[in-house]
Design a protein around this ligand. Structure first.
Ligand code: FES
Length: 175
């Protein structure tokens, strides 16, 4: 459903609260283009870059401002795997599931992380500290098995090392 309103100022003000001034300005620029909807993916990237995920309120605000049906915006957001529809944790854990890491026991390391945090792939721990994802080869096969936490590479990780590794980041989260 396309949102049409006589009170554009109200729509803009509400969108600014949800998306912030810079993204609203970007969308307004897009609206001046001949096919604003062709900029939808770029806009959603910008929103995710700012907030870390695309929530319902973000998607609704984008749909209203771009005058694109909300169903289309939601469809694009859920179609592409790089869009995240739930908030991510403070730290992103990426376990390499490439061949070299798998051969060296990445599955056992991943299982230990899953057991310790009580979450599975794509989920965020209840305390909001960790989100767990699997990734392809990180290009550091010599250090297999590799776990990347945010931009920090941890090599030759064993399942036994996992609790201490997580604890280190839990402490950071409290700083
Ligand atoms: S397979 Fe894991 S870093 Fe290459």
């Amino acid at each position: 459903m396309t949102t049409c309103t006589d009170n554009w100022e109200q729509v803009e003000a509400a969108a600014k609260l949800v998306l912030g001034d810079s993204i609203v300005a970007m969308i307004e620029q897009c609206r001046k283009e001949p096919h604003p909807e062709s900029q939808l993916i770029a806009v959603l990237h910008e929103v995710q870059g700012k907030f870390g995920y695309l929530g319902d309120a973000h998607l609704d605000a984008v749909a209203q401002l771009m005058q694109v049906p909300a169903s289309k915006v939601a469809g694009v957001a859920s179609f592409y795997h790089f869009f995240r529809l739930k908030p991510r944790g403070k730290f992103m854990i990426n376990v390499c599931l490439g061949t070299a890491c798998y051969v060296k026991g990445a599955d056992r390391v991943a299982q230990r992380i899953i057991d310790e945090l009580g979450i599975t792939w794509g989920e965020t721990s209840k305390d909001g500290v960790f989100t767990l994802e699997g990734t392809r080869c990180l290009g550091t096969c010599g250090l297999a098995p590799v776990v990347m936490i945010d931009d920090q590479v941890h090599g030759e990780v064993t399942p036994e090392q996992v609790p201490a590794l997580l604890e280190k980041y839990l402490k950071k989260a409290k700083e």
